[in-house]
Design a protein around this ligand. Structure first.
Ligand code: CAA
Length: 285
């Protein structure tokens, strides 16, 4: 099956990144948000990043315009009516994701594949909101989407070979390297990464070292691009807590218990870069 037109539900940091890489790879893209303000913000993110690419001479102004001409922004999910693949990138709420999948199932053509960008939730639990279990899978991108090379491809027990193959071909066409994982909590990356981030918070709480020293230790000792606290701030304290909670609820694995400090930061609204404050300060002076 050939994918020509892609839909993306949600135009936040992840959704906008997915829209951008799809349009850059030549797909026609429909990007939806729940209101005009959020849609404008999402499309604005793409505009800013493409303008940077123009100023770095990675693309021409004409390329930028051609990429943007392939993107149709909408607040009406009915505009997904001609999509061959729709990827949802809404917030990590199973209730909302099920609603989105149920709506997409009614709107999209029978051949369309429905995918979730969820970082940790069960894809099958979303798929059951549709009447096309064989055409549902996880296509999990990483933040920032235009930079990160990986996609986790998640097959449920019901995903057909044809759907998995089409999902893999799509992800490769947008320039990503694909790893396949089963539909288990946290898949591969988050199952390994989240305990490491939470352990960094635990040793900070114990006073083993300062956050800057822990970050430098992981950057310079392991060649990680960011230390754990800078990475939590990039991913979002809310997202890290959400994934930890979701995996803990499924597995009862104590590695995923949220440390008190992180929970308190979540309560205070110190969510990282997106809120201007996390482990570090991002307020513009
Ligand atoms: N969107 C698009 N491009 C971006 C970007 C963004 N938000 N942030 C940086 N970039 C680009 C820059 O434009 C630059 O591109 P060029 O090399 O072409 O000029 C390149 O990335 C490097 O950026 P900088 O020089 O500004 O900064 P840097 O060297 O510190 O790199 C980084 C920034 C790429 C984000 C780097 O810090 C990094 O790789 N961090 C680790 C990110 C990571 O681990 N992500 C995974 C998070 S976990 C996840 O996503 C899974 C989940 O489910 C929660």
């Amino acid at each position: 099956m050939e994918i020509k037109k892609v839909g993306v539900v949600g135009c936040g940091a992840m959704g906008a990144g997915i829209v951008q890489v799809c349009a850059q790879a030549g797909f026609q893209v429909v990007a939806s948000e729940i209101n005009d303000a959020l849609l404008k913000r999402g499309l604005g993110l793409i505009d800013t990043l493409l303008s940077k690419d123009v100023s770095k001479q990675k693309i021409t102004q004409a390329d930028k315009e051609a990429i943007q001409a392939r993107i149709k922004g909408t607040t009406d999910m009915k505009d997904f009516v001609e999509c061959d693949l729709v990827i949802e990138a809404v917030i990590e709420s199973m209730e909302l994701k099920r609603k989105v999948f149920g709506d997409l199932d009614k709107i999209c053509p029978p051949h369309a594949i429905l995918a979730s960008n969820s970082s940790s939730l069960s894809i099958l639990d979303m798929a059951i909101a549709t009447k096309r279990l064989d055409k549902v899978l996880g296509i999990h991108f990483f933040n920032p989407v235009p930079v990160m090379k990986l996609v986790e491809l998640i097959r449920t027990i019901a995903t057909s070979d044809e759907t998995a193959d089409a999902g893999r071909q799509f992800a490769e066409k947008v320039g990503k390297t694909v790893v396949a994982a089963k539909d288990t909590p946290g898949f591969i990356v988050n199952y390994l990464m989240i305990p490491q981030l939470l352990n960094a918070v635990r040793i900070l709480e114990k006073g083993v070292a300062a956050k800057e020293d822990i970050d430098n230790a992981m950057k310079l000792g392991l060649n990680h691009p960011l230390g754990p606290f800078a990475l939590i701030d990039l991913v979002g304290v809310d997202v890290v807590c959400f994934i930890a909670k979701a995996v803990y609820e499924e597995t009862k694995d104590p590695q995923f218990i949220i440390p008190t400090l992180l929970q308190k930061m979540f309560t205070a609204g110190w969510l990282g870069r997106k809120s201007g404050k996390g482990f570090y300060d991002y307020q513009k002076s």
